[in-house]
Design a protein around this ligand. Sequence first.
Ligand code: SF4
Length: 373
Amino acid sequence: MATDNLLAELLYRGVSRRDFLKFCSASAAVLGLSSSYVPQIAHALETKKKPILVWIECQSCTGDTEALLRATKPTVSELILDVLSLDYSETIMAAAGKQAEKSLADVLKNQKGKYFAAVEGSIPLAENGAYCCIAGRSSVDIVREVCGSAIATFAMGTCAAFGGIPKAHPNPTGAVGVRDAVPEATVINLAGCPVNAENITASIVYYLTFGVLPAVDALGRPLFAFGKRIHDNCERRSHFDAGQYVRQWGDEGHRLGWCLYYMGCKGPEAYQNCPTVKYNEQTSWPVQSGHGCIACAAPNFWDEMTPFCRRLPQPFGITVETTADKVGLAVTSATVGGILVHTVARLLRRKKKPKEESKPQPKTEWKGPQWHE
Ligand code: SF4
């Protein structure tokens, strides 16, 4: 059935009104909105036209497409994505060759400024973009044209957002994220390895409901998904606070679900809604399954967070029983203390200065280079 109305399409696909409203409630929860917004979301989805989406795949493992497609049973979220007008996607569209490229050309010609773009994978800039070409054009050329004329671009996963693994040292292809490749484009960075399908759906629902894109942090990631630290919502947090840590894979603490800090968990430095939204139809997430967070939604995570099993540095004097909040307080106190000491010392030096200047300066002897251990 060809229709440009979301609700009509959902009803045609056998989604009941009850399931539809459940989906609206779930979307409000992911977005951090109260249940009073559910009628507004439902009304928007019932009445709005299907948005057009063009999906470009560059240097990636296709993990983000897989994250969307590898569900065990169809969900309303998937249907919402199904009923987007996905006019172009190299990986999943039925068309091929010239016919496929014509679909893209038609969108660019007839829907300029009216469609969304999704980019999966990083964009190589070295050798004029020769490391990733589609239909005889470099991906950087395509992305500049497609993202430059879109309402907004969703950078799907960390490779598209920040360059990801292809950008890791020594970055032979000169890989970058969408923002660096197309600075003038409006980009929402849905980082993660892979992207969380719930966050894509929620971003689209937000736009359809409020007519604007969700607020983002300094890294261009939507605040509803990346505004909170993993450590603060982790189900193992009580064990961290109690000083109960896994010390070896498979030890008693591991079997009892204790904190993975000493096994390299990067949760104290990572921001994402994994503990609350989870993956695979909200079945689980890495920490729940027994492995520490690797901060996969952070820029340069491959270079800066590896080895993944090495624990984060622990500030001097902080014991394992100390909570992260106390660590923050201790670091702040130390910083404030340091500033105070420095300021007082500087004032005292200033006071002393005239006397010292009047004194003859002792001659110093050159004793060769001084090395400090
Ligand atoms: Fe959870 Fe990791 Fe924080 Fe432990 S260190 S509470 S496992 S996020």
